[in-house]
Ligand binder design. Structure first.
Ligand code: FE2
Length: 378
């Protein structure tokens, strides 16, 4: 089997979407030092200060910084005392994604629909209020210690959520890098766990499996993985799920599972309308990317056909290109953004293509293996 498009799904009579998602509301990271992590995403990626919650706003046990660029919102949260579940989370996993928060019209119904189908509750629907209105937040557990929050904010006018106050610094407004929105978020799960989580997203959240890659699609001489892409009913939210596969050496997914000490978010893909400008901006501010060999560009046009971009800047910046039936895409992956070889980011520009860059897997995974080998983990 090679790539399989689940075309039968679209031919069937569409069932009512019991969990209509409006997209990713925000991504929350639990980190060791939220003040400095927020500064990194602002200075390196071009996010802007948005909101703050902490002891000064009545939240006594943690500090959270919300930052934003276009439709991307990140929250960086840290505990301020050692005896705290977030401190345990950071101790075990290092810095990583805790919440993939999803925007819904009705957070009570989202919680009811998912928990009645077997989801484990993280938080019962809770009404948060302040002078700017009310928001409703509920949540369920997914793989590892990761959580999906459901955020209903149609009756809220404040800057982020109740409990937060506006945060701004007129002296520090780093130039934006052109990042627009979350394209997809990938989870790494353990051996034999991909299909149970596919079933979870299908049965509990009403997602569909739109693409599958087996270990023959995603393998190099040394290592392999498998992946299935899950999409919400309306296609606004996409969660690929990776599982390690047997190879001569250790899969990159195994390395992640070892160092994250469990399942979790492997990468968040952020979309741009101009990947050359965005990657140039990110590189100039210190963001480090995986490097494929320059020979990748020698026969690029033979592989992907005509593209709008000049090859020279793509080659200079290390940007990869892939084509599918609908168009092409440009993409690039950062190195891990913390010292553990766990979470990284993808920068992606879609020009018609709705796939995930299968044609680049081999070159990319060989680049990842070189990094793994340099860490002594291959
Ligand atoms: Fe990706």
């Amino acid at each position: 089997m090679s790539v399989t498009q689940a075309t039968a799904q679209s031919a069937a009579t569409p069932a009512a979407d019991f969990l209509p998602l409006q997209g990713t509301d925000y991504v929350e990271f639990y980190v060791g030092n939220a003040k400095q992590a927020a500064h990194y995403y602002m200075s390196a990626f071009g996010f802007q200060a948005l909101a703050y919650a902490g002891p000064e706003t009545g939240i006594k046990d943690r500090a959270s910084y919300a930052i934003r660029q276009n439709k991307l919102t990140f929250v960086l949260t840290t505990p301020i005392r050692s005896n705290h579940p977030i401190a345990d989370h950071v101790h075990r996993h290092g810095d990583g994604v805790k919440m993939l928060a999803l925007r819904v019209d009705d957070a009570r119904d989202a919680w009811q629909q998912t928990t009645s189908r077997g989801a484990q509750s993280y938080q019962e629907p809770q009404v948060l209020t302040d002078a700017e209105g009310e928001a409703v937040v509920s949540g369920i557990h997914t793989y590892g210690e990761t959580v999906h929050l459901f955020i209903e904010r149609k009756n809220y006018k404040g800057v982020f959520l109740p409990g937060f106050r506006k945060w701004e610094n007129p002296w520090f407004k780093p130039e934006e890098s052109g990042l627009q929105y979350v394209d997809h978020c990938v989870g790494n799960v353990g051996w034999n766990q991909m299909n149970p989580w596919v079933k979870f997203y299908e049965e509990v959240m009403g997602f569909k499996n739109i693409l599958s890659f087996d270990d023959k699609d995603i393998s190099t001489e040394y290592s392999a993985l498998m992946s299935k892409v899950m999409s919400s009913g309306n296609g606004y939210v996409k969660f690929p799920i990776n599982e390690p596969a047997e190879g001569k050496k250790k899969s990159q997914v195994e390395e992640y599972l070892d160092f994250y000490d469990g399942e979790g978010v492997q990468h968040v893909a952020m979309a741009t309308k101009d990947i050359v400008a965005t990657v140039r901006s990110l590189r100039s501010r210190g963001v480090e990317f995986l490097q494929v060999p320059k020979s990748y560009y020698d026969d690029l046009l033979e592989r992907v056909g005509a593209i709008d971009e000049d090859i020279a800047p793509l080659k200079e910046l290390g940007i990869l290109v892939d084509r599918d039936e609908e168009g092409y895409l440009l993409q690039l992956f950062t190195k891990p953004v913390q010292d553990r070889p766990t979470l990284f980011f993808e920068i992606i520009q879609r020009k018609g293509a709705q796939s995930f860059g299968k044609g680049n897997f081999k070159a990319l995974f060989e680049a990842i293996e070189r990094e793994q080998a340099s860490r002594g983990n291959l």
